[in-house]
Design a protein around this ligand. Structure first.
Ligand code: N01
Length: 559
């Protein structure tokens, strides 16, 4: 084992959880309920994860707040009051604070502390976890709850350091208000973050120049306050609603389509798309027909409907055309929800620079220089996205059996069984890890499913006195092939998106989410557990010190 003998002696707990976002705090709650001494480490100076870091103007969830919240506590459902259809970042952060306080979670969370390393000791079957504050903790279990999109990617624009004005990144927005009044502002990036911040900056800035590499499909959110009657009605049916969410394909309660877009008349299709457009729900548009994500011709009908809406909204037709997404199918890059995004380009002080025609060459002291000209600005906002799925996992130096490093093992793409565990890295679980449904679903529902499965697994191991759970290269292989096969039956892998790692230069191109649906995935995870953790290998015995009590194992446990 690789231990730095100069550091203070390590403390011992049962489990370490990495990250205090929605996943980490729920994992802490569940493990503590099972009597595990648990430490959570969080790099930020407060809890909240995504909702702590992404505090840019306009940041709000694009899944309805009544749905994007924990389901584990009926009391919590009844007492919390959501004020808007789509909650703002501050409101979601307040909610997570409320959860942490209500379940007394803060006492086991160490803030401002980044986990830098985790090394598995094969002899003792424990992990030694190290942090950037010099702390070392020994734990039987490690749960990586570090988020799917929490490591901002390097924008990769040369010269950024030479810029004389202010630079901001949406994913690392400062706590204090940033006043753009009277300033010339550049925004680089037009994904979900860009689409949300652009209309907000346009309200204040003297000039706003948007640098767009790929136009996004975005739908009007039609956000609105939730009134008391609506809230009361929803609360009354919460028990039913939460059950339906858990049974659903995507973690949201939506009507599933039954017909192909190509089976109906153009009039019928347009009426269905119009109704989805008016609903202000991504799922309504994506689930209008059975084949939007599997058939290019079907998809094009929805894509063209959205382009027609852009042409009808944006006065200058050349700008409208540049804002119209082409070259990839609707839904294969994460679509967005917005408030007045397209209309913002009708403002006289807002302009669009199409990087497809005039790419950025560098950032200069004065501004952004494209192949056409220099655009002088006072501030640059990078809304350039994340090293998603794997970035927050490979950022930690995770060393498993035989000294193997997770980041080396995953150089050609993530390898994982069920998106829960990687072979050779025993007792280390990932919440909403790569190759699980994760970002294709309502994350709150996927987080709960994973946390509960992991908790049940850990509880089982402790009850049986089993020291170690690992998976096998064969199980990983089979799962990876299954995930790839399902994805290949859809249009998803055809787009160069962050779903496939294409947004990060040099990253392996692998479609990293399970498209089979959370319902099917949940059933498979449950069956695996019921069959004695099929595809996993349970080995070794724990001593009384682990709190396991030396109960005889029921399943096949190797020495
Ligand atoms: O990141 P993105 P995001 N030069 O990767 C462009 C969730 N989220 O932070 O597409 C110029 O989607 C890049 O261009 P291209 C949600 O799941 C949710 O916006 O690579 N441009 C793209 O336009 C979302 O999908 C919410 O060609 C560069 C943009 O930057 C995910 O997080 C809110 C560039 C990045 O878009 C990520 O969203 C926010 C460069 N060098 C986020 N590099 C809600 O719930 C990148 N780009 C509402």
């Amino acid at each position: 084992m690789d231990i730095d003998s100069a550091s203070p002696s390590p403390t011992r707990v049962d489990a370490v959880v990495v990250g205090a976002g929605a996943a980490g705090i729920y994992q802490l709650h569940r493990l503590r309920e099972q009597g595990l001494r648990t430490r959570v480490f969080e790099a930020g100076d407060d809890i909240g994860g995504t909702w702590f870091w992404n505090r840019y103007p306009g940041a709000r969830c694009d899944i309805e707040s009544l749905s994007y919240s924990y389901s584990f506590s009926p009391e919590l459902d009844q007492e919390w009051v959501w004020s808007e259809k789509y909650a703002t970042q501050p409101e979601i952060l307040r909610y997570l604070h409320h959860v942490a306080d209500r379940f007394d979670l803060r006492k086991d969370i160490t803030l401002r502390t980044r986990v830098t390393r985790a090394v598995y000791d094969e002899e003792s079957r424990h992990w030694e976890v190290s942090t950037d504050t010099g702390e070392r903790v020994i734990a039987r279990f490690v749960v990586m709850a570090a988020g799917c999109s929490s490591t901002p990617k390097d924008p990769g624009v040369p010269g950024a350091a030479s810029f004389a004005g202010d630079t901001y990144q949406t994913a690392r927005w400062p706590r204090e208000d940033v006043d753009f009044a009277g300033r010339r502002v550049a925004v680089i990036g037009t994904g979900s973050s860009g689409v949300q911040i652009i209309p907000e900056i346009a309200k204040r800035a003297a000039e706003l120049t948007v640098f767009q590499r790929t136009a996004a499909f975005t739908l009007p959110a039609r956000n609105r306050p939730i009134d008391a009657a609506e809230l009361a009605e929803h609360k009354a049916r919460y028990p039913w609603f939460r059950t339906e969410q858990r049974r659903s394909k995507g973690g949201s309660v939506v009507e599933m389509p039954t017909v192909s877009a190509l089976e109906v008349s153009e009039e019928e299709r347009t009426a269905a798309y119009e109704s989805a457009w008016q609903a202000g729900l991504l799922s309504a548009m994506l689930r209008s027909y059975t084949d939007l994500l599997v058939d290019e011709r079907a998809n094009e009908t929805a894509a063209e409907f959205i382009r027609a809406k852009i042409r009808a909204t944006v006065a200058d037709q050349e700008t409208a055309e540049r804002l119209s997404p082409r070259g990839f199918a609707f839904g294969t890059k994460r679509p967005c929800l917005d408030t007045d995004y397209y209309a913002t380009f009708n403002e006289p002080h807002v302009r669009l620079v199409d990087l497809g025609r005039t790419p950025i060459e560098e950032i200069t002291a004065k501004g952004v220089r494209t192949s056409e000209r220099e655009w002088p600005v006072d501030a640059i906002v990078f809304a350039t996205g994340f090293d998603s799925f794997t970035g927050s996992l490979t950022a930690v130096d995770i060393v498993g059996k035989d000294g193997a490093r997770l980041r080396d093992r995953w150089a050609a793409g993530p390898r994982s069984y069920l998106g829960l565990m990687s072979a050779g890295f025993p007792n280390l679980f990932t919440v909403t890890g790569p190759l699980s449904p994760s970002v294709l679903t309502n994350m709150m529902v996927s987080i709960e499913q994973h946390v509960e499965w992991i908790t049940d697994c850990v509880t089982y191991l402790r009850e049986q006195g089993v020291a170690e759970i690992d998976t096998t290269p064969e199980a990983e292989e089979e799962w990876g092939a299954h995930v790839a096969e399902l994805a290949a039956g859809t249009l998803y892998p055809t787009a160069a998106s962050w779903y496939t790692g294409a947004n990060v230069p040099g990253k392996a191109r692998v479609f990293m989410a399970y498209v089979g649906g959370l319902d099917r995935y949940r059933a498979r995870c449950a069956a695996v557990a019921e069959e004695g953790y099929e595809g996993f290998v349970l080995s070794g015995r724990t001593g009384a010190a682990d709190g396991a009590g030396g109960v005889t194992a029921a399943g096949p446990v190797r020495p």
